[in-house]
Design a binder for this molecule. Structure first.
Ligand SMILES: Nc1ncnc2c1ncn2[C@@H]1O[C@H](COP(=O)(O)OP(=O)(O)OP(=O)(O)O)[C@@H](O)[C@H]1O
Ligand SMILES: [Mg+2]
Length: 486
């Protein structure tokens, strides 16, 4: 731990430029500049100073606009200034993210920004060995990055103590507060230090989730670099009308164009992602695939292969829609429209990041028109139709290919279930979102990092948390419930 102060050491802030003018100094400033961050982005200009002053933040800025550094730098700066020892099993700052891959990426960014500043980090996430995680947090860490499921397990079992956690960040805050995560997140927040500072960041923020956020934030500074759900201006968006049976051929024809250098193809369901990947292989395109039914190793490998350019096409469910930063993605193709209009904003936001150009193409079957209208409503623009295949006959499948009937097994979507009150802004009372059945009957149970079937009964966790705080007896006899994966 260094003794550097987090205040600007020389001169007047007005004489300084870049991150120094925002209050970042010393080793942290050096590492930030070395990472190529010389000029702060608008969200960083607006969010860093109030966080250094101790304020809570409600921050909205487009995809790829630099939100990670906007929450990481002030926390790192404060921690460097502390200089005191950490207690065992504690974390000074906790950053919650909805997916494991995003948590890994946030840790990488923090390590880069804090290089040489003697900051310890650790990851707590599902799908991988917990032993090494427990070992890493045993002496206490400065910054812990976690997905809520595994974190909840470690707290319940006494391997992690949140009482000293003075900084809490909800990255992808609207996702962290929707039905799939809200209960875990509330419990986790309750276990942190009462005087903690909280920051919530996202590119999207439906009104009903913004209401929920009020319960976690104390008199927050509200920053909106652009209205929520605004897509980055650099992304050129378009729609191709094609019946579901035509989509395979349309996609393969598109991908024959080599200028599509690095493409992420989104599918609404895991089964659909597998089918698209298989069809691409039959049509001569090698693609990696990432979705929630894959092992964690396979998920991370697919993303890494795509990131380092060894594979040009990544087929993904919405598990890869939020936060993932692969700077060179040239195109996003929506093979179908997502269940939640906000997911569209996050999906297309994998391209056009940090001022780069990007192209987003959405294949739309007539049955998806209502979803398309909903997307247009939240992004506040009409999407141009650049091709219409509806008049063409359906292509014939090669009879040697096994025909796969499309059905949607339970849990096939990465979707995380209905919002807390089942309402959507402006959808006429929230009974229906895109038509079809009322929400509560429609989707699978909440499912994010933690498989829906693996949810422990609702009474077990709060007890676990309480016991952990004052009483060593464990409801589960010290063992982790066998069915918990995340
Ligand atoms: N000040 C800066 N100077 C240069 N590059 C930056 C700066 N801030 C962020 N970046 C880069 O911009 C890219 C996008 O940043 P980041 O992933 O934080 O975006 P985000 O706003 O969190 O997006 P999303 O909503 O998709 O999560 C990253 O590659 C990051 O390294
Ligand atoms: Mg982000």
């Amino acid at each position: 731990m260094t003794n550097e102060k987090n205040t600007v050491s020389t001169g007047n802030a007005a004489d300084l430029s870049g991150f120094a003018a925002l209050g970042i100094s010393g080793a942290l400033l050096k590492a930030t500049v070395a990472a190529g961050f010389t000029e702060p982005k608008p969200i960083q200009v607006q969010a860093i100073p109030p966080q250094l002053e101790g304020r809570d933040i409600f921050g909205i800025a487009q995809t790829g606009s630099g939100k990670t550094a906007a929450f990481a730098l002030p926390i790192l700066s404060k921690i460097i200034g502390l200089g005191t020892k950490r207690r065992p099993k504690t974390a000074r700052a906790l950053i919650l993210a909805p997916t494991r891959e995003l948590a890994v990426q946030i840790e990488d960014t923090i390590k880069l920004l804090a290089k040489g500043a003697h900051i310890s980090t650790a990851l707590v996430l599902g799908g991988v060995s917990r032993f090494s995680q427990v070992k890493k947090i045993a002496p206490g860490v400065d910054v812990l990055i976690a997905t809520p499921g595994r974190l909840t397990d470690l707290v319940r079992e006494g391997d992690l103590i949140l009482a000293d956690t003075k900084w809490l960040v909800l990255d992808e805050g609207d996702r962290m507060l929707d039905m799939g995560f809200i209960n875990d997140v509330k419990r986790i927040a309750k276990a942190t230090a009462p005087d903690r500072q909280t920051a919530l960041f996202s590119a999207t923020m439906p009104d009903e989730i913004a209401e929920l956020a009020k319960g976690l934030l104390k008199n927050p500074v509200r920053i909106e670099v652009a209205p929520q759900s605004t897509a980055a201006a650099e992304i050129v968006q378009s729609v191709v009308l094609a019946r579901t049976r035509q989509k395979r051929q349309v996609l393969s024809k598109m991908l024959a164009d080599e200028t599509m250098r690095s493409v992420i193809v989104f599918s609404r369901t895991k089964h659909g992602a597998d089918r698209v990947t298989k069809d691409l292989a039959r049509d001569g395109f090698e693609a990696a695939v990432i979705h929630g039914n894959k092992s964690q190793n396979a998920r991370q490998k697919a993303l890494n292969d795509f990131r380092d350019g060894s594979v040009r096409i990544l087929v993904a469910t919405d598990i890869a829609a939020r936060g993932i930063d692969v700077p060179g993605i040239s195109h996003v193709v929506n093979f179908d429209l997502p269940d939640e209009a906000e997911s569209y904003v996050h999906r297309i936001g994998r391209t056009g990041r940090n001022g780069r150009d990007g192209i987003a193409i959405t294949l739309c079957d007539p049955s998806e028109n209502a979803k398309l209208r909903q997307v247009e409503r939240i992004i506040r623009m009409k999407l141009p139709v650049v091709a219409d295949h509806l008049g063409s006959p359906d292509p014939q499948r090669d009879p040697r290919e096994k025909t796969e009937r499309h059905f949607e097994p339970a849990n096939d979507r990465e979707h995380h279930g209905p919002r807390r009150d089942g309402r959507r802004p402006g959808n006429g009372g929230g009974k229906q979102r895109f038509g079809g059945k009322p929400h509560g009957e429609r989707g699978p149970k909440p499912q994010g990092e933690r498989p829906a079937a693996a949810k422990p009964n609702s009474s077990s966790k709060p007890d676990g948390f309480k016991r952990f705080k004052g009483n060593n007896k464990r409801r589960f006899g010290g063992k982790r419930p066998a069915n918990r994966a995340a």
